[in-house]
Design a protein. Structure first.
Length: 217
C-alpha cells in the first residue's frame, strides 16, 4: 500500500468565486460592511460561540483584521455578489499540508446570509478548493459542544461526527468541550455532486427559496 500524499500547499491569499458569493482575503476595506452586519439587531448574538467578541467599534474591527492577517489562520470575507457587500467571514485553520488536513473555522455568517444559498456555497468553495485544487485528504469542522446550531449545520453539510474533546479549551471564562467533525477525500466526490445540484440556480424559485433540500446522507 502506497503512502498517502501531502497536500500541494497551504491555501494562498486568492479569491474564490461562486454563483452567489465571492471569498476574498480579508482586508481593512471589508471592515465597514462587516461592522454593519455584526451590529445589526441580532448580529452580536452570533458571536456567542466564537473565540472573539462582537466588535464595539469600527476601529476595533479594523484592529482585529490587522491581527488575523498577521496570524497563522487565513481569513476571508464573504461577499454577497448581488449587493457587493461583505456579509460574513470564515477562515482556514489547523493547516497541515504535510498531513493533508485542514479546518474551516472562525465562521461568522451574518444575518443577511440566513435562509439563502450563501452560507452553503461559502462552505462548498472552501471544501472544493481544499480537496480538488490542493489535494487535502481531510476537511475539519469543530465547535463548542453546546452550540447546537453549529452541530446541526455540520451534519447538514455532510460532515461526520468524530467525538468529543472534553475540557478542550477555556473561552470567555467558560470551559469548552469541543465536538469534532470531518469530511474525508473518499466522501468528497458524492458530496461535491450533491452540493453542485443543490446550488444550481434551477433549484431556487423566483423568491430565492429552495425547491429541494441538500441531501448529504
Amino acid at each position: 500500500m502506497s503512502a498517502p500524499n501531502p497536500a500541494k500547499s497551504a491555501p494562498e491569499r486568492i479569491t474564490l468565486e461562486g454563483n452567489y458569493v465571492r471569498l476574498e482575503p480579508i482586508e481593512r476595506r471589508h471592515a465597514a460592511d462587516l461592522f454593519a452586519v455584526a451590529t445589526m439587531p441580532g448580529g452580536p448574538e452570533r458571536y456567542r460561540w466564537l473565540f472573539s467578541d462582537a466588535p464595539q467599534s469600527l476601529a476595533a474591527l479594523q484592529a482585529w483584521i490587522d491581527t488575523v492577517i498577521a496570524g497563522p489562520d487565513s481569513y476571508v470575507a464573504i461577499i454577497d455578489k448581488r449587493s457587493g457587500r461583505a456579509v460574513g467571514q470564515q477562515a482556514w485553520m489547523r493547516i497541515f499540508p504535510e498531513h493533508a488536513s485542514i479546518e474551516i473555522g472562525g465562521v461568522y455568517w451574518g444575518l443577511p446570509m440566513a435562509r439563502t444559498p450563501l452560507a452553503t456555497e461559502a462552505l462548498f468553495l472552501f471544501a472544493r478548493h481544499a480537496f480538488d485544487d490542493l489535494g487535502y485528504r481531510r476537511f475539519e469542522w469543530k465547535c463548542n459542544s453546546r452550540n447546537d446550531p453549529s452541530k446541526a449545520a455540520a451534519t447538514r453539510f455532510g460532515f461526520h461526527y468524530e467525538g468529543l474533546f472534553r475540557q478542550d479549551r477555556i473561552t470567555k471564562g467558560e470551559s469548552r468541550d469541543t465536538a469534532w467533525f470531518s469530511i474525508i477525500d473518499s466522501e468528497w466526490p458524492a458530496l461535491r455532486a450533491e452540493y453542485q445540484r443543490w446550488l444550481s440556480p434551477d433549484n431556487f424559485d423566483a423568491d430565492g427559496m429552495q425547491k429541494s433540500r441538500l441531501m448529504t446522507r
